[in-house]
Design a binder for this molecule. Structure first.
Ligand code: PBG
Length: 331
């Protein structure tokens, strides 16, 4: 009787740790990570964010310490989000244009502490500054006005660039804002300030804890569905990305992350540009809750999800787990 053998044994390459290392197709390093940080007023202040266990808002002086920590961990870039005091919020979000606002002071503190050893990415959108929690200017009916908002966003972006931001990241989803911001940056001699476009940003249920963290959650009436994308749409994401590239984006982002890895893969396949994903607050909270409930090992869950972003084609990932992941990767 002739013995029957499998023609191929894929398990051969999986049999030992050295062989698995040799065959590994994707690598994750601390240099793939962008660390989102929340900034708050005061000095020496750390305020834990209730809905994001393990994440805090930091006053500007302590943000500078986080920046030093990022450098020592090999994390190349920070993403900043301000928790603007209620008294400084207004219908038109004018505080976004104040050269001495929390965001600008944080950028300068990081620059003073770390020079060019770490990049600073700043979010462009009005929601941390508006009294209604929407990302732009609204009319009587509460509709977010596109072109009037773009004019504000341009000024907001220039304000951030003047404070020393390295990457301007518009997260507002207004049409035409990338082109308008790029032109203003060029005219303002900010030729080397990059734009990372939140190109495919969905109207997602995963942003809840973030809105708590920046203090806009309780203020928001309604939703953001007239400007953020419908989770049912994929082809439209490719149009958004094509538009943002044509308008001058240096890189694009897909957001949220894990439920949208198909979008990451399609974007990467179609366009030769750096693609980033944002593993958002609700995803972070979900992993923490799962681990706390004993549904999985926290560190293993974190590392598997981050590797999945790389495998799908991401150049890098924004994740609140960035410092934990970098520590684990550094051994
Ligand atoms: C602001 C903005 C949001 C996030 C990043 N920038 C919230 C929103 O669009 O409502 C969400 C990030 C997260 O959930 O971690 N436009």
């Amino acid at each position: 009787m002739t013995a029957s053998y499998p023609a191929t044994r894929l398990r051969r390459s999986r049999a030992t740790s050295w062989s698995r290392a040799l065959h590994r197709e994707t690598v994750l390093t601390p240099a793939d990570l962008i660390w989102p940080l929340f900034v708050t007023e005061g000095a020496g202040v750390e305020e834990p964010v209730g809905s994001l266990p393990g994440v805090s808002r930091w006053s500007v002086d302590l943000i500078a310490q986080r920046a030093r920590e990022a450098v020592s961990l090999g994390i190349p870039c920070l993403a900043l989000f301000p928790n603007t005091p209620a008294a400084k919020r207004s219908d038109d979000g004018e505080e976004a244009l104040n050269p001495d606002n929390l965001m600008c002071r944080a950028i300068k503190a990081i620059r003073d502490a770390c020079g060019d050893d770490v990049g600073v990415l700043t979010d462009v959108a009005l929601d941390p500054y508006t009294s209604h929690g929407q990302d732009g200017l609204i009319d009587q009916a509460g509709y977010v006005l596109n072109d009037d908002t773009v004019a504000m966003l341009v000024d907001q972006a220039i304000n951030q660039a003047q404070a020393g931001a390295d990457i301007i990241a518009p997260s507002d989803m207004m049409d035409g804002r990338i082109r308008a911001i790029r032109i203003a940056l060029e005219m303002g001699e900010h030729h080397n300030v990059q734009i990372m476009a939140y190109a495919a940003k969905y109207a997602s249920a995963f942003y809840g804890p973030f809105r708590d963290a920046v203090g806009s959650g309780g203020l928001l009436k309604g939703d953001k569905k007239t400007y953020q994308m419908d989770p049912a749409n994929g082809a439209e994401a490719l149009r958004e990305v094509a538009m943002d590239i044509a308008e001058g984006a240096d890189s694009v982002m897909v957001k949220p992350g894990l439920p949208y890895l198909d979008i990451v893969a399609r974007v990467k396949d179609r366009f030769d540009v750096p693609v980033f994903a944002y593993q958002v607050s609700g995803e972070y909270a979900m992993i923490e809750a799962a681990a706390a409930a004993g549904a999985g090992d926290r560190e293993a869950l974190v590392m598997e999800t981050l590797m999945a972003f790389k495998r799908a084609g991401c150049t890098g990932v924004l994740s609140y787990h960035a410092p934990l992941a970098a520590r684990l990767l550094n051994g």
